[in-house]
Design a protein around this ligand. Structure first.
Ligand SMILES: [Zn+2]
Length: 289
């Protein structure tokens, strides 16, 4: 099996990513899978070269060694860096277009928001532009979401049932500025890279069926999924780089040992009662496998 560590380049890695690495490498070990590293910089407005350099420094410093994929920011171009592969995403999009499975949408986020019922958790697009025949260029490109439920067996959380057409409707594959979306670029890459085990945070469990439907539409077998717990702060909020300035790069530069950082991630995740320093290898064996 092949799984992947695929950070998005929207900031420096933080303690939540360390927990994610422990799960990726640990669950991979359990299933005898190889770990592929991929750089998800599809959002060109936020990606910065220093974030990419920091990913490789952080992995090496903490002791997480990928088996496949990209291992250095000097690999240019790479099949494993999304910004180097726009032509590939375009070819997949054109296949969907030939099959009549995508359309251009001219609605703004504000217009869609105005049609939502009170208390809606997520914007659900009702298909206003589905039959307008707008060009894809210069418009949001939407996927005709099948009107069916998707059932899958999560390796951690068990049976899941999701209905994307009721949750989000026809979701977007590319925005009007021409930027590929996470859902689309990620599925295209997982197919091309032969990824058959996806390990990701439980915060994005709700959107997994969208990716499964894209896999099925592209006639590829969907991967197995394992959604792991996250680190939450005292208020129950997910630890994220936006809320927390402390990056692993900063911790490393402050002189703290990598084992201490891994120990802290384990304690903050509730996996260990103390933040006793441990190596990645020890942590994987003791807390993940
Ligand atoms: Zn529209």
């Amino acid at each position: 099996m092949i799984t992947r560590f695929a950070p998005s380049l929207t900031g420096y890695l933080h303690l939540g990513h360390v927990l994610h690495m422990l799960y990726v490498w640990g669950v991979a070990r359990r299933f005898d899978a190889r770990v592929l590293c991929r750089i998800e910089d599809h959002d060109r407005s936020r990606a910065r070269p220093e974030y990419e350099t920091a990913v490789f420094q952080t992995l090496e410093w903490l002791g997480f060694i990928p088996d496949l994929g990209i291992i250095s920011a000097d690999e240019k171009p790479s099949d494993f860096r999304q910004s180097d592969n726009a032509g590939y995403y375009q070819s997949v999009l054109e296949e969907l277009q030939r099959r009549g499975l995508v359309y251009g949408c001219g609605c703004t986020r504000k217009q869609i928001a105005e049609t939502q019922p009170d208390g809606a958790e997520e914007l659900c697009y009702s298909g206003t532009c589905a039959e307008k025949g707008l060009p894809l260029e210069g418009h949001t490109v939407r996927f005709r979401t099948p009107a069916k439920e998707t059932v899958f067996e999560d390796l951690k959380l068990g049976k899941q049932c999701q209905l994307p057409w009721l949750q989000c409707g026809d979701f977007s594959l590319r925005d009007r500025q021409g930027q590929w979306t996470y859902q689309f670029a990620c599925v295209c890459d997982d197919i091309r890279h032969g990824v058959d085990l996806v390990i990701r945070g439980e915060d994005i469990l709700f959107s997994t069926a969208r990716q499964i439907q894209l896999f099925q539409t592209l006639e590829a077998a969907p991967p197995r999924h394992y959604h792991h717990p996250l680190i939450y702060d005292a208020a129950g909020t997910k630890l994220s780089k936006r809320q927390r300035s402390e990056s692993i790069t900063q911790l490393r530069e402050s002189g703290i040992a990598p084992e201490a950082v891994i120990g802290r991630a384990l304690r903050e995740a509730g996996l260990s009662p103390t933040d006793t320093p441990v190596t990645a290898e020890q942590a994987i064996h003791k807390y993940i496998i």
